[in-house]
Design a protein around this ligand. Structure first.
Ligand code: SAM
Ligand code: SF4
Length: 327
């Protein structure tokens, strides 16, 4: 069991399988990309399988696969197949931009992997292209609808961006009205790899809620699990739900049950803090199992209490990109 120094049980791992991506979302990285890690600095699929086994033995029962874009890794299904057979792992989920998932949908279904978060920040082709800097709107839209129709548990991640996509907040709820999906509006965070300056946000979760209520006053707050990062609501007459994720306001730290491991092996115990250790070279040395498990215990034993405390580990601005952290 992994219990941190503030008595929070850590049972959820967000595992990044690559830092590369085929999109260039402007809130995530600059148009030229970032200094992507060399192949030999990334975990191999065998190493990711082994790492997953180790953490599950330590009490992790939920793994979310993220990146970069997970499906740019041609060998991703090998890992997913391995995870689907891991005793003790109750929940496997994936966060994806849905550009490349199409050919894998049937296989995901066969493996019983049904939880897919799709990042979609606009329902307008031009706005989508302006944000992602790529012409992939139709593919994403088609894959999204296919995932929903095939019965996946789909959640849409929509990052609310001042002067970019706030005009789509209400239309996306209207568009998704008849679908059993959850649309989650996230506050923008300062992890864009230097793509743009970031001071604060104009659209926090309270403003987003007010905006939604202005059109849909008949909205009911739902009861959410204690460890949920989203505050969830249901609009009268809509099949699905929507959620607000205060990722910049950080209201949820008290119940945080997450651990992040980057594609290069960094162990991140809070998005806003610095990596606590790196597991890649340990994985490639003697006594890997024992040493990795000890490193994780150490990292979890010195977690910041909140994202605001963790932020103090940085001297000035955040220089990292979400594509290396995993979101
Ligand atoms: N490529 C995949 C995708 O976009 O879904 C997975 C990796 S991406 C880094 C994971 C999540 O982080 C996505 O939902 C993305 O929108 C979100 N994200 C990236 N940069 C962000 C930022 N600066 N602030 C808030 N969320 C961000
Ligand atoms: Fe790629 Fe996801 Fe970052 Fe967009 S948010 S650039 S899709 S990693």
């Amino acid at each position: 069991m992994l219990i941190d120094n503030h008595n929070r049980t850590i049972n959820y791992l967000r595992l990044a399988v690559t830092d590369r991506c085929n999109l260039r979302c402007n809130y995530c990285m600059p148009s030229e990309g970032i200094n992507f890690a060399k192949n030999n600095k990334l975990f191999s699929i065998e190493e990711l399988c082994k790492l997953s086994e180790l953490v599950v033995r330590q009490g992790i029962d939920k793994i979310r696969i993220t990146g970069g874009e997970p499906f740019v890794r041609k060998d991703l299904m090998v890992l997913l197949k391995h995870l689907s057979h891991l005793d003790g792992l109750n929940d496997i989920s994936i966060t994806t931009n849905a550009t490349l998932i199409g050919p894998y949908i049937d296989e995901l279904k066969e493996l019983g992997i049904k939880n897919v978060n799709v990042s979609l920040d606009s329902i307008n082709r031009e706005t989508f292209e302006r944000i992602t800097r790529r012409d992939e709107y139709d593919t994403v839209h088609n894959n999204l609808i296919r995932l929903i129709s095939e019965g996946f548990n789909v959640r849409i991640n929509f990052i609310v961006l001042q002067n970019q996509n706030t005009q789509d907040i209400l239309p996306i709820l209207e568009l998704m009205k008849h679908y059993n999906v959850s649309v989650r509006f996230l506050e923008e965070m300062p992890f864009n790899g230097g793509s743009k300056t970031f001071n604060t946000i104009e659209w926090d979760y309270k403003r987003i809620l007010e905006h939604v209520l202005s059109k849909y006053p008949e909205t009911e707050k739902l009861v959410s699990p204690a460890t949920s990062t989203s505050i969830n609501y249901k609009i009268k007459g809509h099949v699905g739900t929507f959620g607000l994720i205060p990722s910049f306001s950080r209201t949820f730290c008290g119940t945080c049950n997450r651990l992040r491991i980057s594609a290069t092996g960094d162990v991140i115990t809070c998005l806003y803090g610095k990596p606590k250790t790196n597991l890649r070279d340990i994985m490639r040395s003697e006594n890997a199992e024992e040493n990795i498990q000890n490193e994780l215990l150490k990292a979890i034993g010195s977690r910041a209490k909140t994202g605001f405390d963790a932020q103090k580990e940085h001297k000035s601005v955040f220089e990292s990109s979400m594509t290396s952290i995993g979101g």
